[in-house]
Write a protein that binds this ligand. Structure first.
Ligand SMILES: Cc1cc2nc3c(=O)[nH]c(=O)nc-3n(C[C@H](O)[C@H](O)[C@H](O)COP(=O)(O)OP(=O)(O)OC[C@H]3O[C@@H](n4cnc5c(N)ncnc54)[C@H](O)[C@@H]3O)c2cc1C
Length: 389
């Protein structure tokens, strides 16, 4: 019998188990699927590394710094800033402090006025100084900062839309400031072996039972779908929000959904390791990236991997292809569709679930919907278990 059973091998469950194992607590992770990582997994298809939905790793995440070995992840960084697709052209918005060589080009780009670009610099300064402002929505925060409606629509809506998976920018301004601070103070990166390498590193050496879905939990036992009953001194519920709610007999939280279409191309449509945002705000694609331009390991030799992110579910592949053809030309028609991921529960809507007192729970739904939030929640659950053992 293990001292602690952890239900779910996402980042939260893995972080919880790592913390307990480092304190010599005997734990067992029980996972429904066939691998570790939950929403942070990578599939290898025809030599292409497909993250299960486009995602990035922010090296400044404090909890990640504490628990991960960055050297072993072989991180490859994006250029700072972004390209904005607008009225038939692509325009660079760079961070003048981090990419001084691009500063003039960025200042001259037609995306926003000079005043908007100076406001970005001020926002960065505020974020770096960790200055908390009164919590409001991201949209209201940006409006209060004085950004023009055009700049919010062409840059911030696709930029934060791709991070928060909602483009109305109703997400908390504190989350926007946190993300901005993380991006400004560290790198935005992909591990050489895909985002799933983060999960595999955390899981390494931990006792695991895969393909074992839990159908019921109690404070000191769980029941698997197979009917098997496992006992422990404590149980930690590390499933995603909807499943954690179901197991605890609570109404499910609302979810934010996203789809990601992967294409194999002969040539990269963008050679730079940079994010491309849809500044036109028309068509299904919110943002696009060439992961193989960030880390060449994402595609086999002589090929490029393109990822197109569409907010919500049921993306129309032909509409996506049409849109990308209008951006990059007829060569897009030769791109081979590799796979589309549709992630119904990509992020929980903010708002805490009222779990019964005494139940140990972790997951991004307990903190912020991010890698940082999942890792922190895992450690906190482990600390609360340690107090009871
Ligand atoms: C497409 C996409 C892009 C993202 N981009 C970013 C990004 O760029 N940066 C960032 O910081 N965050 C990003 N996120 C968010 C981040 O990935 C998540 O917040 C985080 O991974 C959540 O981890 P978790 O452990 O809380 O949950 P999960 O990863 O959902 O893990 C829960 C685990 O529990 C298992 N489970 C569920 N039910 C049961 C059961 N009954 N029995 C046993 N096991 C069960 C599941 O199979 C799963 O393995 C993104 C998410 C998605 C989907």
């Amino acid at each position: 019998m293990a001292d602690v059973i952890i239900v779910g091998a996402g980042l939260a469950g893995l972080a919880c188990a790592r913390y307990l194992a480092s304190r010599q607590v005997d734990c067992l992770i029980v996972e429904a699927s066939d691998g570790v990582g939950g929403r942070v997994r990578t599939d290898l298809i025809e030599g292409f590394q497909l993250d299960r939905g486009f995602q990035v790793f922010l090296t400044a995440y404090p909890e990640a710094k504490a628990v991960l070995d960055y050297g072993a992840l072989k991180l490859h960084s994006f250029s700072s800033g972004a390209l904005v697709q607008f009225e038939g052209g692509r325009h660079l918005l760079s961070d003048p402090w981090r990419e001084p060589t691009h500063a003039i080009e960025a200042l001259l780009s037609p995306i926003g006025s000079l005043a908007d670009k100076l406001r970005v610099a001020r926002m960065r300064y505020q974020a770096m100084g960790n200055r908390e402002t009164q919590e409001t929505t991201t949209l209201e925060y940006l409006q209060r900062q004085g950004f023009s409606p055009g700049f919010i629509s062409k840059f911030f809506q696709p930029f934060f839309g791709g991070i928060f998976l909602e483009s109305h920018l109703r997400t908390s301004s504190h989350m926007a400031q946190f993300v901005f601070r993380m991006m400004a103070s560290g790198d935005t990166a992909l591990p050489a072996n895909g985002m799933g390498a983060i999960s595999k590193q955390l899981a390494s050496g931990l006792p695991l039972r895969l393909n074992s879905r839990v159908k019921a939990i109690n404070p000191t036992s769980i029941v698997l779908d197979s009917g098997e009953d496992l006992q422990a001194r404590a149980v930690v519920l590390a499933a995603d929000g909807p499943e954690a709610a179901r197991l605890a007999g609570l109404p499910p939280p609302d979810s934010r959904s996203v789809s990601c279409l992967y294409f194999a191309a002969d040539r990269a449509p963008i050679e730079e390791p940079i994010l491309l945002l849809n500044g036109d705000r028309k068509g299904p694609v919110n943002n696009l990236c060439v992961p193989s331009a960030v880390a060449s390991t994402y595609a086999p030799a002589g090929a490029a991997l393109v990822s197109a992110t569409v907010l919500g579910l049921n993306p129309d592949e032909s509409a996506v292809r049409e849109q990308l053809t209008s951006w990059f030309g007829d060569g897009v028609r030769t791109w081979r569709h590799l796979k589309t991921y549709q992630i119904a529960h990509a992020q929980p809507e903010p708002g805490r679930l009222n779990f019964p007192v005494g139940l140990h729970v972790c997951g991004d739904h307990c903190e912020t919907a991010s890698i940082q939030g999942a890792l922190v929640s895992g450690r906190r659950a482990a600390e609360s278990v340690m107090r009871t053992l």
